[in-house]
Ligand binder design. Structure first.
Ligand SMILES: [Zn+2]
Length: 510
């Protein structure tokens, strides 16, 4: 049961089935001394939490279906509250004052662009200057001792990962946001979800585990990544436990389907999977989704999130954009160069303000993930939550080559359009010297599928397609399967790296 009995709680259900544990143990005294420890389940006003942020089925019938104006009013109220928390936080207060903002200047959500943006470099710098958590978190050992805290970090594929702490409310919302998205997609109590992700410092595995376990009554099978549980074993576990939901990266799902066929001798479709929650990346043509759905025989859905926000946006069954979790956070899209908000439909950097976080507050965090708002009207699912396109790549992976801004993720459609490629690639940017003149050139190394030999005409075909998609002439270099594993971080934890800019090394030599 979610709340105290008979207290007129919101969104809580009455216990129907008595638990097979005696409620009163006669050998125990009726009263015990009060604890002085920061016990997790006494660290939150649970009724209030679920009234403010409804649990999945209540959410689906309330805020998710609210008219846009009512959502905006709620966002406005929550935004002003989080700004007042920001003024108490040294990291924000200093930055805001330096930008000429004073308390009282921000009167509504319409004023949000007056507040300066910050990005992960600012957080990393702050955490270096004020180790280990930075002024951003504003915690000392006393504060840490007063409440249970959880620590997660970003993937950290580039340099030192950034640390995020969670108080109980933030930790709950980390799982609750994900659970809401799964519920909208049809996940229900009694389902079994396999989570092939490591429950370590990265957030993904924890977020999914918590969401399904705490908020959906779904049995989590926390099998860990392929390093902990080999793919063959993952599939055996799935058949043994009746896994009917998965959350994993596309590359690993493909590997599992292959292991199912080649190592277990069964068809993945025999699992009768309800759906797979994954990260489709810039799959704007839907080719990656189609491939995965063909292989697995089930629906495949995209979602977007980070360790700071939990699940920020999710697809509904309409597969027509990812709904922002509008009552939990506010998303903006800003120009990658100027930082100014762009019009709906235009792509730019995603910027998030999280309403449910106070430790640390997240206010106008420039995620430097490319995105764009696709729809602001009512979706086929009945929700007015605005929808964004798939994640379109990292803007700090954008490179300027001979004056052209190139997004390495834009190679995806061309490369996946030909069945002779493995779908993997990496863009290499080098400074080439010819006859005394220097010129920056991009080579796209593309992996061939196992067993593909000559690949006649493929190089020329891809060079043509990529020239159109990137707006730049590039050379394609076809390489055997597996040869990009290290260079592009493929088949390992964390996102694949699609860009290696080697021009600095050249300048170093020059
Ligand atoms: Zn929808």
């Amino acid at each position: 049961m979610l709340g105290g009995a008979g207290s007129g709680t919101v969104g809580c259900r009455e216990a129907t089935d008595p638990l097979p544990i005696p409620a009163v143990c006669p050998a125990m005294p009726e009263t015990l001394p009060a604890t002085k420890l920061p016990i997790y389940h006494q660290s939150l006003d649970w009724d209030r939490l679920y009234r403010d942020y409804p649990v999945p089925d209540v959410f689906a019938e309330t805020v998710y279906k609210w008219p846009a104006a009512r959502i905006r009013a709620l966002q406005n109220e929550r935004f002003l509250k989080v700004v007042s928390i920001g003024w108490q936080n040294p990291f924000y207060a200093k930055r805001w004052r330096a930008a000429g903002v004073e308390p009282g200047d921000i009167k509504s959500l319409d004023d949000i662009a007056k507040l300066p943006l910050y990005n992960s470099d600012d957080v990393k710098k702050d955490q270096l200057e004020h180790p280990p958590f930075g002024e951003f978190h504003d915690v000392d050992r006393d504060r840490l001792s007063a409440s249970p805290f959880k620590l997660q970090t970003s993937g950290g594929t580039t340099g030192k990962p950034r640390t995020t702490l969670y108080t109980p409310q933030e930790w709950e919302l980390n799982g609750l946001t994900l659970a809401r998205g799964l519920y909208i997609l049809g996940a229900r109590p009694g389902d079994v979800m396999q989570i092939p992700a490591t429950l370590a410092l990265g957030n993904l595995g924890w977020c999914v585990y918590k969401g399904v376990h705490d908020y959906l009554g779904i049995l989590p099978v926390t099998s860990g990544s392929g390093v902990v549980t080999p793919s063959r074993r993952q599939i055996e576990l799935a058949f043994d436990y009746g896994t009917n939901l998965w959350c994993s990266f596309p590359e690993y799902m493909m590997r599992l389907v292959q292991a199912c066929r080649d190592e277990v001798g069964r068809d993945f479709r025999d699992l009768n999977t309800k759906f797979i929650l994954t990260f489709l990346g810039p799959d704007t043509q839907g080719s990656l989704r189609r491939e995965l759905e063909d292989m697995t025989g089930c629906n495949v859905y995209d979602n977007y999130g980070t360790n700071e926000m939990g699940e920020g946006a999710f697809e509904c069954p309409a597969k027509a954009g990812l709904h922002f979790q509008e009552d939990c956070m506010y998303f903006e899209v800003v120009d990658t160069e100027t930082g100014r908000p762009v019009a709906n439909g235009e792509s730019g950097n995603l910027v998030v303000t999280v309403f449910h976080r106070a430790m640390p507050p997240i206010i106008r965090f420039n995620l430097r993930d490319l995105g764009r708002i696709l729809h602001t009207d009512t979706c086929a699912c009945g929700s007015n939550f605005r929808r964004m396109d798939h994640f379109l790549g990292r803007s700090d992976d954008m490179v300027k080559v001979r004056g052209v801004n190139v997004n390495p993720m834009a190679c995806l459609t061309a490369i996946q359009s030909d069945p002779r490629t493995s779908g993997e690639w990496v863009c290499l940017v080098d400074t080439i010297e010819r006859g005394g003149a220097r010129r920056d050139e991009m080579t796209v190394q593309v992996e061939l599928k196992q067993g593909v030999g000559a690949a006649d005409g493929l190089k020329e075909k891809l060079e043509n397609l990529l020239r159109g998609d990137l707006g730049l002439g590039v050379a394609v270099d076809l390489v055997p399967k597996g040869s990009l594993d290290e260079l592009a971080n493929i088949g390992r934890e964390g996102k694949a790296k699609r860009l290696r800019d080697r021009r600095a090394a050249y300048k170093g030599k020059a």
